[in-house]
Design a protein around this ligand. Structure first.
Ligand SMILES: [Fe+2]
Length: 404
C-alpha cells in the first residue's frame, strides 16, 4: 500500500514556458510564426511605442505574410482591468483569431489578459476569479479553469520583462488598487520573440529599470524558499550576465554585445520564476508601490530591492554569498556573512551605476495610509510564497518607514 505519510504542500508547479526566438532580426519571424499557429487576423496589442517605428515595421511583416490585423494601442504601463476588457471587446468585434503583442511586459500581460477574457466570458469576465493568492492556495483553483488556447505571438522590445514567455499575467484591479496575478493553463504566449535590434531603441532609463527587474527575477527565485534546483542554475547565470552587461547596455543601448547579452539574461531570468522558483517580497512590495502610485514595475523593484534583500539576507546567507561570486567578487577568505554582505553591496552599486540613486518612497508621496494598504494585500500575494524569510505586517511597516 502506498505510504502517504510524507505529503508535500504546496506541490511545486513548473509552469509552461513559451518557445523563444532570440537574435538580431528575429521580429521578422512574426509572420511565419502567426501562420504556424493559425493566426490570420490578429489583434495587435501595444502601448504604442511612439516614435520608434517598431509598430510600423511589425505591421509590414504581418502584411507581407498576408495576415490582417487590428491595432489596439490603449494599453498603458501597469495594464488595467478595463483596458484588458476593452481589448477583449475589440478582439471579438474584429473577429480576430489570435493576438500579437509588441512591447514590454505591459503589452504582453495585457495580451494574455485579453486572451483569458475571450476564452471565458469576453468583456464580462471577472478577472478576480483567476487571481493567484496564497489563501485559498492558487494551485487548488487551477483545475477548475478553462485552458486558454488562443494563439499569441509576443514580440519583446525590453531587456527585462520575461513576460513574453511566462505563464503569469499581472493586471491592475483598479477598484481594489491591487495587482492581480493571473495564472491559468495555456496563458503563456505561443512564442516569445526577443530582438536586440528593437531592444536597442529603448531609452537609457528603460534599460536600467527593466534590467533591474530582470536582476530581481534572477535573485528572488535563487534565494527563495521553494528552492527549485532549476532556478539555482538559471538564476546564477542570469545574475552574471546582468552584472557584466547592464552598465554598458544602459550607457549605450546600441552596444550590440551588451544588449544581446541582456536579451538572453532577461529570458533566462524569467525561467527562474516561471519554471517554479516563485518570486519574493521585492516584487511583493514593489507591486504595491507601483499600483498605488502608478510607477514603472522595474523602477519600483529597483527601489525595493536593497531594503528587502537586507532583511532577507539572514535567511539564506550561503545563497547571497554565491550571488557575490556571480558578481565577480573573490569571496575566498571571507566568512559566509561577509560574502553575503558583499552581494548586497554589489547589487546596490549596480543600481546606482545605472542611475537609480533615489530610493526614498517620499519621492512618490507615499503615505502611512499607503503602507497600511500594502500590509493589507502583500502577505496573501503569490509573491510572498517563495520569500526566504518570514515577514509580518510590522516588518513591512518597518522596511517602508525606513524609506520614507
Ligand atoms: Fe518583474
Amino acid at each position: 500500500m502506498l505510504n502517504k505519510q510524507i505529503r508535500q504542500f504546496p506541490l511545486l508547479y513548473v509552469h509552461q514556458h513559451s518557445r523563444a526566438i532570440v537574435g538580431y532580426g528575429a521580429y521578422e519571424m512574426a509572420g511565419v510564426e502567426c501562420k504556424m499557429y493559425g493566426i490570420t487576423n490578429a489583434l495587435l496589442v501595444t502601448t504604442g511605442l511612439k516614435g520608434t517605428g517598431i509598430i510600423e515595421e511589425v505591421c509590414n511583416v504581418l502584411k507581407n505574410a498576408g495576415i490582417s490585423y487590428t491595432i489596439f494601442d490603449k494599453v498603458t504601463s501597469n495594464p488595467k482591468d478595463f483596458e484588458v476588457k476593452e481589448g477583449a471587446k475589440v478582439y471579438i468585434e474584429a473577429k480576430c483569431n489570435g493576438v500579437v503583442t509588441v512591447g514590454g511586459g505591459s503589452a504582453h500581460d495585457a495580451g494574455k489578459g485579453i486572451r483569458l477574457c475571450v476564452a471565458n466570458e469576453g468583456e464580462k469576465t471577472d478577472l478576480r476569479n483567476f487571481m493567484a493568492v496564497l489563501n485559498p492556495h492558487y494551485t487548488t483553483r487551477i483545475p477548475t479553469y478553462k485552458v486558454v488556447n488562443i494563439p499569441h505571438v509576443a514580440i519583446n522590445t525590453t531587456t527585462g520583462t520575461g513576460a513574453d514567455c511566462t505563464a503569469f499575467a499581472i493586471i491592475n484591479d483598479t477598484e481594489w488598487v491591487y495587482k492581480l496575478i493571473l495564472v491559468v493553463p495555456g496563458i503563456a504566449p505561443s512564442v516569445g520573440i526577443s530582438d536586440p535590434l528593437l531592444m536597442r531603441l529603448q531609452p537609457n532609463h528603460m534599460v536600467a529599470w527593466s534590467g533591474m527587474d530582470a536582476l530581481c527575477h534572477a535573485i528572488e527565485p535563487f534565494i527563495g524558499r521553494l528552492n527549485l534546483p532549476v532556478s539555482h542554475a538559471t538564476g546564477l547565470r542570469a545574475i552574471k550576465l546582468i552584472a557584466e552587461n547592464l552598465r554598458e547596455a544602459y550607457a549605450n543601448p546600441w552596444n550590440e554585445k551588451a544588449i544581446k547579452n541582456m536579451a538572453w539574461a532577461q529570458l533566462i531570468a524569467s525561467m527562474s520564476y516561471n519554471m517554479g522558483g516563485g518570486m519574493g517580497m521585492v516584487h511583493g512590495l514593489a507591486h504595491m508601490v507601483s499600483v498605488i502610485k502608478e510607477k514603472h514595475h522595474g523602477l519600483t523593484n529597483a527601489i525595493m530591492m536593497i531594503p528587502v534583500e537586507r532583511f532577507n539576507m539572514v535567511a539564506a546567507p550561503e545563497k547571497f554569498a554565491e550571488i557575490a561570486t556571480a558578481f565577480g567578487v573573490d569571496t575566498r577568505g571571507m566568512t559566509k556573512i561577509q560574502a553575503a554582505e558583499k552581494a548586497i553591496e554589489e547589487m546596490e552599486k549596480l543600481r546606482n551605476d545605472v542611475g537609480i540613486t533615489d530610493i526614498s518612497l517620499k519621492q512618490f508621496n507615499f503615505t502611512d495610509a499607503d503602507i497600511e494598504h500594502t500590509v493589507k494585500w502583500a502577505l496573501n500575494d503569490l509573491s510572498y510564497e517563495a520569500n526566504p524569510r518570514n515577514m509580518t505586517g510590522d516588518d513591512i511597516r518597518k522596511i517602508m518607514k525606513s524609506m520614507m
